[in-house]
Design a protein around this ligand. Sequence first.
Ligand SMILES: [Fe+2]
Length: 301
Amino acid sequence: MIRIEQLAYVVAASTDIESWRRFAEDVVGLCARDAPDGGLYLKLDERRYRLLIVRGERNHYVASGWQLADEAAFTAAARVLEEKGVPFAYGAAQLCAQRGVQALLLLQDPAGNCHELFWGHAADFGRFVSPAGVPAFVTGSLGVGHTVLPAPNFDACWTFYRDVLGFGLADFYRHRYTQDPQEPLKRIYFTHCANARHHSLALYEGEVPSGCVHLMLELTSMDEVGRAYDRMLRHGARLMATLGRHVNDQVISFYVATPSDFALEIGYGGALIDWERHSVFEAEAVSQWGHDFSVGFGASA
Ligand SMILES: [Fe+2]
């Protein structure tokens, strides 16, 4: 079994890198600097970057970067992929240099979502200095946050994540997104890797044109969420869901559209889970209060 330590980074593409720079600096408060090939490294902790924005023909989510503990874990992961017949490729030296890792395994899930497994991330240990005055993001061993990916062929995807990549189910939710009682319930599975963050990956049973439902970044206080909300309004960024509190990971958050056409959840207060004492449950609501998704997502998510 592959043991993933954390969601270490995310790669997204945009036709308009400068709008990402402004969004990252002015709304989210990230530290932006130029990356090779005209992209952007977005720094939010001691690492060189946590978000990498690359130039693209269209706006979309590119890949999720998953951290393995060391070279032995990396070699073991490659062996598991071979044994299970999962196609993969090794990242070329130039790609590893851009990602800032020692070695990369590139693969796709059954829905075509791209994943990168690596070991040995680069950390410049430069202090995170936010242009918006954000003191810190909650990262470290918990990873950058969580990502929610489309999985229309849900059963094949979940089998892959559980049996190949080693994710565990935290809880799940089933929902109809229209008033039609004949519409099949669509599932969202919230899944964790080898850290205490409630979920690093959630799977949504549906299609998403940008390749991602949302990415979540976590701030260190409720006031910082409020300040981010103010910056969103000042910047004219598009609200995708109103402020609310999730029932499962306990995060209080709002959602804003990114220049890569997926949403960014900016939140605070994520629960830390002791997986030895956790029981899986079916949540019959997504939020305790708030989170009106109709303002941005409409009927799509
Ligand atoms: Fe989320």
